[in-house]
Design a protein around this ligand. Structure first.
Ligand SMILES: CC(C)(COP(=O)(O)OP(=O)(O)OC[C@H]1O[C@@H](n2cnc3c(N)ncnc32)[C@H](O)[C@@H]1OP(=O)(O)O)[C@@H](O)C(=O)NCCC(=O)NCCS
Length: 169
């Protein structure tokens, strides 16, 4: 197993592992729990698109964990805010069968090395309160909690829209 730069041929596999991995730890799934399917799309469709957004933002910032046969088993996505000196980690995934063996930690360390090589002085990652592994792992690597956020979504078809805002978790 090793980490290499993302290749376009990885994309379908990464999207597949993303929707499997984020079951129970996705804001998009929280939205679906409250409002159901939105304009014909489920939370998996929205979550898989995050990878397209990550690639648009920085195609050189995605790194794939592959096995000996070069089959994707995980990834970390990153982008650098050069002016602010902060590297961002929007997504990190390891397939379920390989979790708990240190690969998530290796992917995050790889991301931090990438940030250092780009001159970043700090790294930023977010996780949901219910993501027990994320909350443990990020602190253990050296990330420090600086704030908590609540996500709200409103159904704009209702009247008045402002009275129907619901927090999603
Ligand atoms: C987050 C993720 C990438 C970590 O990958 P991983 O390969 O399991 O990570 P590691 O093996 O390096 O480390 C996992 C750590 O969590 C710990 N852990 C496992 N289950 C845990 C639990 N229920 N509660 C707290 N800690 C837990 C492990 O003991 C290990 O810590 P340790 O090294 O101190 O023993 C992986 O779990 C994943 O893909 N999750 C689904 C997607 C996701 O949540 N991504 C992050 C969104 S912010």
């Amino acid at each position: 197993m090793h980490i290499r730069p993302f290749l376009p041929a990885d994309l379908d596999a990464l999207k597949q592992m993303t929707v499997e991995a984020f079951e129970g730890v996705s804001i998009d799934q929280g939205i679906e729990r409250v409002y159901g399917i939105i304009v014909g799309h489920d939370w998996r469709w929205r979550k898989a698109r995050h990878l397209d957004a990550d690639l648009r933002r920085d195609p050189q910032g995605l790194f794939t964990l592959v096995d000996a046969q070069d089959r994707p088993q995980g990834y970390v996505s990153t982008w650098c805010d050069q002016e602010a000196g902060i590297g961002h980690i929007p997504n990190v995934v390891v397939v379920a069968a390989l979790r708990g063996q240190g690969w998530g930690r290796r992917l995050l360390e790889h991301a931090c090395e990438h940030f250092r090589s780009r001159g970043m002085t700090h790294a930023k990652i977010e996780t949901l309160a219910q993501n027990a592994i994320g909350n443990h792992l990020y602190r253990d690597i050296g990330f420090v909690e600086v704030a908590r956020q609540v996500h709200f979504v409103a159904d704009l078809r209702r009247d008045p829209p402002g009275s129907q805002i619901v927090a999603v978790t």
